[in-house]
Each structure stands twice: as C-alpha cells, then as structure tokens.
Write a protein that binds this ligand. Structure first.
Ligand SMILES: C[S@@+](CC[C@H](N)C(=O)[O-])C[C@H]1O[C@@H](n2cnc3c(N)ncnc32)[C@H](O)[C@@H]1O
Length: 270
C-alpha cells in the first residue's frame, strides 16, 4: 500500500519530518498541491498510519500500490470538470490539475465529491445559474461540495448546515483547504435557527428530509432567489414540489433514478 498525504509546498518538509525514518517521495500535482507518498508494505499498518495522520489534521489516505486496484483507484480519483468554470478533485488525487479551471479540492470526510448523480445534478445547476455575489445556504452540506462550488463560481458567502458534526467539520476543513474559510459559516444548528434570506438554497438531502424541512427551506429563500433540491426519485418530483409551495418548479434535471428540482417564487423566472 501507499499512504498519500495531501499537503502544500510550504508544509511538505514538515510532513516528511513527521514521518521520521520512513522513506517518502514528494510529487507536484498542482500549483500549490504537493503529495507525500509513503510506501508501507503491510496493509493494516498503512491504514493505521493514515488514520493517525488524519487525527493530527492531515489529509491522508491509503491507496493500492499496483495492479487493477491501482487502475481503479486512479479512475476513482480522476478530477471532474464541469464546463469551463469548475473542477472538483480529491486533495490526494495524483492526477495533475495545474490547468484545470475553477478548482475545488476536497479532503477526507463528509458525503459528496461530485460524482454521485444527486450531487452532480445540483453542481450543474450552480454552474448554469450562479451569477456572482449571491448569499448561499447549503442544507445537508456533507463535504461542502455544493456550497464551495457556488463560492468558486462567484457567490459571495456560504452558510452550510448538517445534522452530522463530522460533515460540518469536513466542510470547514475543505473551506480552509481552498482558502475560502473567511466566506463560510458551517454549523450543526438546525435550519429553523438559520437567519435568511438567501439568494440561493441548495439541499441534496432526499425526499423525506426535503418534505420535513419544506416550510423552513421556503422561509430561507429571498423573494427573487432560487432553490434546488436533490436526492429525489423522478416519479416523486411533482409531489415534492407540491410540499414547497408557494414556490413553483421552473426546471427539472434527471440522471437515471435521480432527479433535482429548481424552484422559485411564482412569477420569478430566470
Ligand atoms: C446525500 S448527502 C449530500 C452531501 C452534499 N451536499 C452533496 O450534495 O454531495 C446528505 C447530507 O445531508 C445531511 N442531512 C440529512 N438530513 C438532514 C437534515 N434534516 N438537516 C441537515 N442535514 C441533513 C446528511 O448528514 C448528509 O451529510
């Protein structure tokens, strides 16, 4: 196995020093991103080392060292590009991202790296709809992928909430990883405690949670804002939209068994 630690040019030497006598190699994969690669022959020992490094705040993972499992890993860690304005990449990916547009890197923890259809559908909406300067609410932020993408696309501020504390912590770490921490408030506070209004509300939380939170989601949206919800079966799209009245559905995207809805207040169309 190989332990991969995502770090920066400035911090790579300190990471290597932390590893003591273990042989390691530093590779450059982007303008600021450096990876420290540490071969560890025993799989259990590699997992323990990566876990210890993560507990110390480092973005560390294990990967296979050769064969089909490495090929699979390389496919899994390939950056995702959305048009000419946004790319998403794991911080520890060994693919070069020097020339990728609008790069957001994601470290460990929290659901969402952009490849799940329910996430991808909302990222596509953000790419199409963010105009610049918006205040964004990301409900069920997971890794923070949606909110951080919105910021990269030009939104001004993000409030990100999740019921899972580890997701909130992952969002904070990812905000810092991308130099966006001063524009992000991530919290486990329930939606009813969040002060609106927001120009954009995104929620990839599935049908049941959308229905449960519907009145609060609607309350948080500014009069001329837009909301996008995801994690819904296409056959239940209209039912979910009904719970979000007086908002009206203005767009629906589907991918296989997943649908995302965009809604606005009646009479507001982009
Ligand atoms: C499918 S993940 C989406 C993560 C990320 N936003 C994305 O699009 O990839 C759903 C997230 O919503 C959170 N969640 C579920 N119910 C919630 C609720 N009622 N309020 C806030 N967060 C919730 C979960 O903890 C999880 O992190």
């Amino acid at each position: 196995m190989v332990v991969v630690v995502a770090t920066t040019e400035q911090e790579a030497a300190a990471v290597r020093a932390r590893l003591g006598d273990r042989p390691s190699q530093v590779v450059t994969v982007g303008a600021v991103r450096r990876l420290v690669l540490v071969p560890v022959s025993d799989e259990g020992e590699a997992e323990r080392l990566a876990s210890t490094l993560r507990s110390e705040g480092l973005a560390a993972v294990t990967r296979p060292d050769d064969g089909p499992r490495l090929d699979q890993w390389m496919r899994y860690t390939r950056p995702l590009t959305f048009g000419e304005r946004l790319s998403l990449c794991f911080a520890w990916s060994e693919h070069d991202r020097t020339d990728l547009p609008g790069l957001i890197e994601l470290g460990p923890g929290g659901f969402g790296n952009g490849d799940h259809p329910s996430t991808r559908l909302l990222v596509e909406e953000l790419v199409t709809r963010i105009q610049g300067g918006e205040r964004v609410l990301d409900v069920g932020c997971g890794s923070g992928v949606l909110g951080l993408s919105a910021l990269e696309l030009g939104a001004a501020q993000l409030v990100a909430i999740d019921i899972d504390r580890s997701a909130v912590e992952a969002t904070r770490r990812n905000a810092a990883l991308n130099g966006m921490d001063h524009r992000v408030e991530a919290t486990v506070a329930p939606l009813e405690q969040i002060e609106g209004p927001f120009d954009v509300v995104v929620a990839n939380i599935g049908r049941a949670a959308i229905v449960e939170l519907a009145p609060e989601l609607v309350r948080c949206l500014s009069p001329d804002g837009w909301m996008a919800v995801s994690g819904i079966s296409p056959s239940l799209g209209s039912l979910v939209a009904g719970f979000l009245r007086p908002l009206v559905e203005v767009e629906r995207r589907t991918s296989g068994e997943w649908a995302a809805l965009v809604l606005q207040r009646g009479g507001v169309h982009q």
